[in-house]
Design a protein around this ligand. Structure first.
Ligand code: LLP
Length: 424
């Protein structure tokens, strides 16, 4: 069962709204989000972050790369979230959505001088740094602005998150973080930088992680570093344990959010680090199952070895299958008793064999029927492109019986509005 989405009267609904009504009003392809599902996921983290007596022991900094629509950011900001950003563009979105810079952590391996300047001027909570050259650059940018940059170093804990190699980030061979054995000396370098102020330590081991053990391993390694740093006179105020908790796309069984967060927080306390402020940076687990992609079947094309179900959504709308061979459940919006069940590859109109959304799925459908591609709330719209000069999909958020358009479908003219032909 999916929180926020369900079958009622033989038709899939987003909260109280039948998906066919959304398709009719807004067209397809359209991303549909459930406000309830988004809020529930956030509150599941909060249940662990706030003690029963109201005292806060951790905070969620939503990794907005997963879905950065202003309405979603605004909802999370109102619920009390901070944000994890990776670009000046994401910072601008947070501010436009009513989020505050002092609850923003700035991650990423390649921050530009302009991005550092924008973040320092806005007053972000922390820069998560990944190398000495980056530290040196930030120190000089902060110096030229006459401010001190709050910093954390991203540790590469070298643990195997047991996920897809493209989305595991905490192994030695990855471009991310500072090698475990170099962390102490890098902090000692940082401590000498006059325009940097050490405030934290962070790590992030990967994404779509469905077991808790890699987190426990990474946590123990980071706690050990905090102890060593303390012995060198370097005080760590906050511990950012990254994001990465997986969701169920089909039959994965990740730990429940509250249980996951409680386990980590209790472990930190039991090891004597209860004084640290703890940050989580979840993306997928907040939004992934709170969204789906609604699409319409254009054609059914029987083939010699495969049957194709050609829909109006494509790899430019949802890249995950093409890029990671990711599985998304695909369901007919309404059951169709006129059509026989046939095994199809669900594909889009783009001119690439990689343009597929699902493979070998049994569906009883006809052209004109709508399909819902589930679990598409994370890394769906944000990874979409204009390939084949296709406007990006509309996005709507359902709240009870109301449907709000939160991003209009892109018009064709807008796709080349910034382009110019050469003068004659
Ligand atoms: N923090 C940092 C530093 C990250 O790099 C990421 C994700 C997150 C937090 C959030 O991770 P999450 O909780 O969403 O797993 N496009 C891929 C996922 C890439 C994840 C990149 N980093 C996908 O569609 O599966």
């Amino acid at each position: 069962s999916l929180n926020g989405f369900c079958i009622k009267d033989q038709e899939w609904h987003a909260e109280n709204v039948p998906l066919s009504a959304i398709a009719q009003k807004f067209g397809t392809p359209t991303y549909v989000y459930s406000k309830q599902a988004l809020s529930d996921a956030f509150n599941s983290y909060e249940a662990a972050c706030v003690r029963p007596n109201g005292e806060r022991r951790a905070r969620v900094h939503y990794a907005m790369k997963a879905n950065s629509n202003l309405a979603i950011l605004n909802l999370f900001a109102k619920l009390g979230a901070g944000f994890d950003i990776v670009s000046a563009g994401e910072l601008a979105r947070v501010l436009a959505a009513g989020g505050s810079a002092n609850k923003v952590v700035f991650s990423g391996v390649g921050k530009s001088t302009e991005e550092m300047t924008a973040a320092l001027k806005a007053g972000v909570k922390c820069f998560n740094l990944e190398s000495i050259p980056e530290l040196t650059r930030l120190n000089s940018v902060a110096g030229s602005l006459g401010v001190k940059a709050p910093i954390s170093l991203r540790v590469n804990p070298d643990v195997d998150p047991k996920t897809h190699p493209y989305i595991s980030t905490g192994l030695k061979g990855n471009k991310f973080g500072i090698a475990y054995d170099d962390v102490i000396k890098t902090y000692q370098e940082a401590a000498k930088m006059p325009h940097c102020q050490i405030v934290g330590i962070d790590c992030h081991i990967g994404s779509q992680i469905t077991e808790i053990s890699p987190y426990m391993d990474a946590l123990d390694r980071v706690l050990d570093l905090i102890k060593q740093l303390d012995a060198c006179g370097i005080k760590i105020h906050h511990l950012d344990i990254g994001g990465g908790l997986g969701i169920s796309y089909t039959n994965e069984t990740p730990p429940a959010i509250t249980e996951f967060a409680n386990t980590l927080l209790n472990h930190i306390e039991s090891k004597g680090f209860g004084h640290l402020e703890v940050l989580f940076e979840p993306g997928r687990s907040l939004v992934g199952n709170a969204g789906l992609l609604l699409t319409t079947i254009e054609y059914l094309k029987p083939g010699e070895t495969k049957n194709f179900c050609i829909v109006d959504a494509a790899m430019n709308d949802l890249m995950r299958p093409a890029m990671y061979e990711a599985f998304h459940a695909i369901v007919p919006v309404k059951s169709n008793s006129n059509a026989p069940a046939v095994t199809y590859d669900i594909v889009g109109p783009i001119c690439e064999s990689g343009d597929w959304l699902g493979r070998d799925r049994s569906l009883a459908v006809e052209p004109g029927d709508q399909l819902a591609i589930l679990s598409a709330g994370a890394y769906g719209f944000t990874m979409s492109s204009n390939y084949n000069t296709r406007g990006r999909a509309a996005e709507v958020m359902v709240d009870g019986s109301q449907v709000h358009l939160i991003r209009a479908r892109e018009t064709i003219e807008s796709l080349f509005a910034n382009e110019k032909v050469l003068p004659d």
